[in-house]
Design a protein. Structure first.
Length: 211
């Protein structure tokens, strides 16, 4: 059901597990979008924004975003607004402070290092996924500086945008949600506008989804 350019892209991966992951993710994305649009999975056509953000080529209100980490793929679909998702496997970060100092805002780094040492790795990935979800929602890719805006990361605070380039009013137009996917992973969803209810499916076996 994949298009020629997707097969070509899959073939460029050097490792079989990465090729398989991309192929299964695109197949699952096509099936979910086909259900929403009422078409066959192979009928789906994708377009790409200036910075490479994928979308649907057909005129439709539906929007989607995809993220990969380790053995999981996260797919989000909505209508009438751009969205972004990010998922990361939580893993040991011996250079956590230096990476935070490079990519996080000063207040985020300060908040991170104020936590107990046993809370910092989860908080780091909580912050990272919230920031990446926003970057993916606006479609700016790597051109948007991660330290130019701030999000909450303290486990006692709800997920929210603190400011965008110092503008707290603009930050208030954005919604952030943490997504509980699997133990050992952090995941987040970002979108602008009115806060929306979220319908979250449990993790799916790709073999069952593609059957």
């Amino acid at each position: 059901m994949l298009a020629a350019d997707e097969c070509e892209r899959a073939g460029r991966f050097a490792f079989d597990h990465l090729r398989q992951s991309f192929t299964l993710a695109r197949g699952a994305l096509r099936i979910l979008l086909a259900r929403a649009l009422g078409v066959t999975p192979e009928a789906i056509r994708f377009s790409y924004g200036e910075k490479g953000k994928p979308g649907l080529a057909a005129a439709t209100p539906f929007r989607f975003n995809v993220s990969h980490s380790s053995a999981l793929v996260l797919i989000a679909i909505t209508s009438d607004c751009e969205l972004g998702v990010d998922i990361e496997k939580i893993r040991p970060m011996p250079d956590l402070q230096s990476i935070a100092g490079r990519f996080f805002s000063g207040e985020e780094t300060e908040a991170l290092m104020s936590l107990r040492p046993d809370q910092r790795e989860a908080a780091f990935f909580r912050c990272w996924t919230r920031k990446e979800a926003y970057i993916k929602a606006i479609g700016d890719g790597l051109s948007a500086p991660l330290d130019g805006f701030a999000v909450t990361l303290d486990p006692s605070l709800p997920a929210r945008m603190i400011h965008l380039a110092g503008d707290r009013t603009a930050a208030g137009a954005w919604n952030l949600h943490d997504l509980l996917i699997e133990p050992g992973y952090a995941a987040a969803l970002a979108y602008a506008g009115e806060r929306r209810p979220i319908h979250q499916l449990p993790p799916q076996d790709p073999a069952a989804l593609l059957a």
